[in-house]
Structures are given as C-alpha cells and as structure tokens.
Design a protein around this ligand. Structure first.
Ligand code: NAD
Length: 482
C-alpha cells in the first residue's frame, strides 16, 4: 500500500515516502507519501481559495457533506478498522468501535445548527451576534485515536464554514489519508487537505501566515512549542494536551463491584488516552481488596496482535513510547511493588503486559509523569482531604474521577478536584455533545458542543439603530439559514 496526500481535491504522490510500522511486529507494512514544505504551502493556498466559496455555502449544504462522509465511513467500516489496527495496534473490535465513533461524530455535527443570537431587540436597536468562520484552520494530531481525532477536528471545522489542513501523527497516517481519498468526491476541492510527515512539518503549519487557527492535540511539551509559534501571527489556538488524571476510590466502595470500571478507566486503548485514569488513590481500609480485585481483572486480559480476535489489548503504538514505558516500569520496580505485568512480552512487537504497581509514593516518576500506557500506580491514602490535595498536586488538569455508591458524597469530592472534567463512577467518557477542556497545563480552549464551535468562529455583532420605534416579533434565538 502506498497512501497519498490530499491537496486541493487531488491525491498527491511525493518523492520520498514514509514507512509505516506495524507495532505488532515492529516492521514496516505500508508506505505513505511524505509532505514537503512546498506541499504545506500548496495545501494552505488550496484551503484559502476554497474558503471563499465554502463559507458562503448554506449551512444545510455543509451539513449534507458531513452526512455523506458519515455514510462513507460506515460503508468502509471493515477496511478502515483493519487499517487502524495495523498502524495503531489496537484490537480489531476496538478499531471497529473507533470507526463507529468516527461516523457518529460526523453525524452529530451534520445535525448541529449554528445559532444566531439576538442580544437586544427593542424600540431603539436590534443587536445580533453571528458566528463567522475564521478561514484556514490547521489541525495537528497524536497517534492514539487517529480517525476519531481526525473526525473531531474535520466535522466542526467544516460545519462552521472554515477550511482545513490536517496532519495526522507521523506513526499513524494511513487510515486518515484513506478517509480523505474515500471522501474526496463529496468534499469540494481544497476544503479538506491532508498531509503526512516525519514529525517535521508541524512548525511550518503553526507559523504559516495564512492559517488563522491552530487546533492542536498532543503532548504538553509540544503544545508549549505550538503556543510560542502562533504568537507572531496571532492565530486562534486550541490546545488539547496531556493529563495525569487521578481516580479516588471512597471508603464505601465495593472493591469487587468497582474493579471492572477501574480497569476500563485505566486500560482502555492500552492506557493510551489523554483522559485515561493514570493514578489511583485508594483508602487504607480497602487498599488490599482493591489491589486484589483489580489484579484479577487485569490478569484475565489477553495481550496480542490486534488482528488476532482473541486479543483484548494490542501492542504499544510506537517504539519511542514502548521504550519510555519500559523505563517507567523499571523505576516503579524500585519505588513500589509490581503485582502483575511488568514485562515486555517477547512477541517481536511493542507488547507490554498490563501492569499494576502498589505501595508506590507520589514522588515516583510513574505517579508524577504522564505514562500514557498500561501501567497503573495504586496509591494508599488515610484521609480523604489528603487524597484530594494529592490528586490536585499536579501541573495537569485534564480529568479526574471519584468512585462511590454515595453520589452526593462523590459529588462533593468532585467539586474540589481541579480539572476540566470530573467523572463519577466512570472515567474518560467524552462525547461531542459535552464541552471538553483542560485546566492548567492540560490545554487551552474547548472542544465539542457549542463552546467548541465558538473556538472555530469569530464573534461578529451587527448592531442596528432603529429610526422609528418598532414592534419586533423576532425570537430570542433563531437558526442560521444562510
Ligand atoms: P506529540 O506532542 O509528540 O505529537 C503530536 C503531534 O504534534 C504530532 O502530529 C507531531 O508530529 C506534531 N509535532 C511535533 N513537533 C511539533 C512542533 N514543533 N510543532 C507542531 N507540531 C509538532 O504527542 P503524541 O506523542 O503524538 O501524543 C501523545 C500525547 O498527546 C499525550 O501527552 C496525550 O495525553 C496527548 N493527547 C491529548 C489529548 C487531549 O484531547 N487532551 C488527546 C490525545 C492525546
């Protein structure tokens, strides 16, 4: 397979290609076109040209395009899922779930209206607030949910009348480029452009004078570079960055009944989720019981190649992350007790057995840093106030969770946690109808829901003076029809 770039509605080959590694084998299984700086300029120019007409298309037309993309994703479910598994590593069932979620995102935005608000309408004036598109948006993505993340950028960006240049992560370009190739007949030329790189064109996109907004999802470290890079052109910026989410088990929990939920919170997608539960705080009285119950669930899981239907956890997505996790496990071995996992499985690929570490302190690298993998520290606490303070003692603020059958009590704790989202009796539930934002070093801006659309639009006020007092029958909010 040799996947091409999408620029100005055309599939574009390149001089060099990028080998795409199958993380289940550590070997290349496909090649992908590699964008140069010239391609960046061509893609931004195509998106600028397309913006002039795309922004004027009636909202219903833009919604219809998103609906057609959803249909194409659904029709190619098996092909896209297989590609995702091969490049990302996740088990096929999880890849199918991601493809379904991708279609869902497009359908969600296809049914989303953009409200024009009437702020005042009286005898002297009528004031309306419009949401105008910004222009060319550039999106830069990580490798954990390649298609889902792409949909989360493409759908709202196109809905709001912007055009887009999107760059997937260097290690997971294929499913995204394939999606572009499948959809290019239904999306007007230049409205969506897809580039792939070897971790080298991000700075050209962030600095480009004709890009009006940068939508970045990735690590905090790179996010800080992106933030610096957009200053001179004063681009709008959304940063969805790293996290170190804590889960706090309250002392009235039933360890057996809670274990499956705690497992899903920490190990879904092999822990490679920005909003995975990355530290678990457990009260003294329940500590052994929670460790044992969680260990039983973790040990029941099958690790193997994603294309093997028996596999419930696949390999780690890339070599760099695999090596980092091995080094975090080594430090955790010194700082605590590994009660299951702890080994890199000898299958050739980047496999790590899901790992639990108990009796580990807050100063261990595994607790302080974002592991982004299937290695969970379980930390003991005596007093709930202390657990809350320790959960908050991090530069990150993406999500947290509280686990208890007493919802009022859990709610009280949730109010004291410093993060963009706090879940109760679940973790990582992110849907496009609910705004998603990171506090502290976990990000800037909002994705999803109405707040997310605001980040992709310029507020424009039309303030009309009325010569004659007039009676208005305008409703407070109406739907954009243009
Ligand atoms: P990363 O920061 O290494 O890379 C992300 C993207 O940035 C890649 O496409 C990369 O090529 C690009 N990039 C690298 N250098 C750049 C530069 N100087 N300028 C512009 N772009 C540049 O992150 P990753 O390892 O791919 O992903 C894992 C991280 O992403 C984790 O920290 C995770 O928590 C975070 N993440 C956050 C969210 C969220 O919504 N908050 C979602 C998923 C992942």
């Amino acid at each position: 397979m040799n996947q091409e770039l999408l620029i100005d509605g055309k599939l574009v080959k390149s001089e060099g290609t990028i080998p795409v590694i199958d993380p289940a084998t550590g070997q290349p299984f496909a090649y992908c076109a590699k964008a140069s700086l010239r391609h960046v300029d061509e893609a931004v120019a195509a998106a600028s040209r397309a913006f002039a007409t795309w922004r004027r298309r009636p909202l219903a037309d833009r919604q219809a395009v998103l609906r057609e993309i959803a249909g194409i994703v659904e029709a190619h479910r098996d092909e896209l899922a297989r590609l995702l598994t091969q490049e990302q590593g996740k088990p096929l069932a999880d890849a199918q779930w991601e493809v379904d979620g991708t279609a869902y995102i497009f359908r969600h935005y296809a049914a989303t209206n953009i409200a024009v608000k009437v702020i005042a309408d009286d005898a002297t004036r009528r004031v309306e607030a419009y949401r105008e598109p910004l222009g060319v948006v550039a999106a830069i993505l990580p490798w954990n949910f390649p298609l889902f993340m792409a949909a989360a950028k493409i759908a709202p960006t196109l809905l709001t009348g912007n055009t887009l240049v999107l760059k997937p992560a260097p290690t997971t370009p294929l499913a995204t480029l394939r999606l572009g190739a499948l959809c290019r007949d239904v999306i007007p030329a230049g409205v969506l452009n897809l580039l792939a790189d070897e971790n080298d064109i991000g700075p050209a996109l962030t600095a480009h004078p004709n890009v009006r907004k940068l939508a970045f999802t990735g690590s905090t470290q790179t996010g800080l570079k992106v933030m610096n890079a957009v200053v001179s052109t004063m681009k709008r910026l959304t940063l969805e960055l790293g996290g170190n989410d804590a889960g706090i088990v309250l002392d009235d929990c039933d360890p057996e009944a809670t274990a499956a939920g705690l497992y899903a919170a920490a190990f879904t997608n092999n822990g490679q989720i920005c909003v995975a539960m990355k530290r678990l705080y457990v009260p003294d009285a329940l500590y052994d019981a929670v460790c044992d119950a969680l260990k039983a669930v973790v040990q029941s899981k099958v690790v193997g190649p994603g294309l093997d239907p028996r596999s419930q956890l696949g390999p780690i997505q890339n070599r760099q992350q695999f090596d980092r996790l091995k080094s975090l496990i080594d430090s955790a071995r010194r700082d605590g007790e590994i009660i299951c996992g702890g080994e890199a499985a000898p299958n050739g690929g980047y496999f790590i057995q899901p790992t639990l570490v108990r009796d580990i302190g807050d100063d261990s690298a595994l607790v302080k840093e974002e592991q982004f993998g299937p290695v969970l520290p379980i930390i003991r606490y005596q007093h709930l106030d202390d657990a809350i303070a320790r959960a908050n003692d991090t530069p990150f603020g993406l999500g947290n969770s509280v686990w208890s059958p007493n919802l009022d009590r859990a709610h009280e704790v949730a109010r004291q946690l410093d993060s963009g989202t706090v879940w109760i009796n679940k973790h990582g539930d992110v849907t496009p109808d609910v705004p998603f934002a990171g506090a502290k070093l976990s990000g800037i801006g909002v994705e999803y829901a109405e707040d997310g659309l605001h980040e992709l639009t310029q507020l424009k006020i039309i303030n009309l003076g009325k010569a004659q007092p007039a009676q208005s029958d305008a409703p407070a909010i109406r739907t954009e029809k243009r």
